[in-house]
Design a protein. Structure first.
Length: 365
């Protein structure tokens, strides 16, 4: 964490006496940068990226409101704390400034104590926000490291282990055992392939997070066959074809074919992974005004409301006592794909009672 002297404050003020007054109060505790108008101030911001900005409202070339708006429109500088200096006659401008995202204001004339309190408060708030953000970043890193290590090493160990056995003792195993080992190698390879595929898919979808309306959508005219075929393939993989109940309605939908298959694959896989063999997984759909309503229901472990709210990439729950496959990406990717295709995605779940996932997929007229 920075000490006070390591923080840099930019003062943007066209009145020389006010500038000197502020600098005299702050220079012993903070590094000071100065600019005499908004245009010069913004250039200093671009070059130096100060930790806090104190800015007058009424200035030549570029006023304080314009400086603030340009800051808040910039990803790089949007979070820099901003304190306005205002005269009593500038109340309307001050209101606009606070609505635009200013953090605080001081009305001229102000005392040295008022200035120091305002600056100290904003700096402490900045430290708190940065510490909370770093804590979240560290937690995400730990989640990624933990999940990634398990999800790559587990199938790799299976592939290497069975391959070594085949290389060393191939002629000593009966054909039946050889086939079992080859089947296990294939299972481990497919698991690894799915992990890497989800990582690639997640990376691709990131570029549309802030502009989902630009995501390309090509309608699918035969949804029933795609959903049913994908679901049956997953059920067979889990050896649970008898547990899968399918009741689907045909519809032309405004969603990419590959995305519909991916969503079905991930959600049906999760339903089987998190429920016991012998319990039903229900897949059904029907038409609602403007949408195909698709529902996946299982009677498995379920999730709490806190866990539902915490769904995120590389996030898994209760792994310490429950074996899980995957990197926590499937559910998140399914949600993104549904929403990017202009649909809606909802989850209802309770621990030990199961999970009900509902998708609203736009119909293609």
């Amino acid at each position: 964490m920075k000490t006070e002297k390591n923080y840099t404050i930019l003062i943007i003020e066209d009145n020389k006496m006010n500038m000197e007054f502020i600098e005299e109060i702050l220079f012993s505790d903070y590094n000071i940068l100065k600019a005499c108008d908004g245009l010069e101030g913004f250039q200093v911001i671009l070059n130096e990226k100060p930790d806090l900005i104190i800015c007058d409202i009424m200035m030549p070339k570029m006023n304080g409101l314009q400086v603030l708006q340009m800051l808040r429109d910039s990803k790089e500088f949007a979070t820099i704390p901003f304190i306005f200096l205002t005269a009593r006659s500038e109340k309307e401008d001050l209101r606009l400034g606070m609505e635009s995202g200013a953090d605080d204001y001081l009305t001229k004339p102000f005392t040295s104590k008022e200035l120091m309190n305002a600056v100290h408060c904003r700096i402490k708030r900045k430290e708190t926000v940065e510490a909370e953000l770093q804590e979240k970043i560290n937690k995400v890193k730990n989640d990624i490291n933990s999940v990634s290590s398990h999800e790559f090493n587990t199938p790799l160990n299976g592939i290497i282990g069975f391959t070594d056995l085949l290389l060393l003792y191939f002629d000593k195993f009966p054909k039946e055992d050889l086939l079992k080992m080859l089947k296990n190698i294939k299972i481990s390879t497919l698991r690894l392939q799915r992990v890497t595929s989800n990582i690639v898919s997640y990376g691709y979808l990131q570029k549309y997070l802030h502009t989902p309306e630009t995501y390309p959508v090509i309608p699918t005219t035969e949804s029933l066959g795609l959903i049913e075929k994908t679901a049956l393939t997953i059920a067979e993989h889990f050896d649970r074809k008898n547990d899968l109940i399918i009741d689907l309605t045909e519809a032309s939908v405004n969603i990419n074919k590959d995305d519909l298959c991916k969503i079905t694959e991930e959600l049906i896989s999760n339903a089987f992974k998190f429920s016991e063999k012998g319990t039903e997984v229900v897949l059904k759909s029907y038409i609602k005004p403007g949408f195909l309503y698709l529902e996946i229901h299982d009677k498995g472990y379920g999730m709490s409301s806190d866990e539902i709210n915490a769904i995120a990439p590389y996030k898994q729950f209760n792994r310490n006592f429950k074996e899980q496959q995957g990197m926590g990406l499937g559910l998140y990717i399914s949600k993104l794909l549904t929403e990017f295709n202009r649909g809606a995605f909802t989850i209802q779940s309770k621990p030990d009672e199961g999970t009900n996932i509902c998708l609203y997929i736009p119909l293609y007229a």
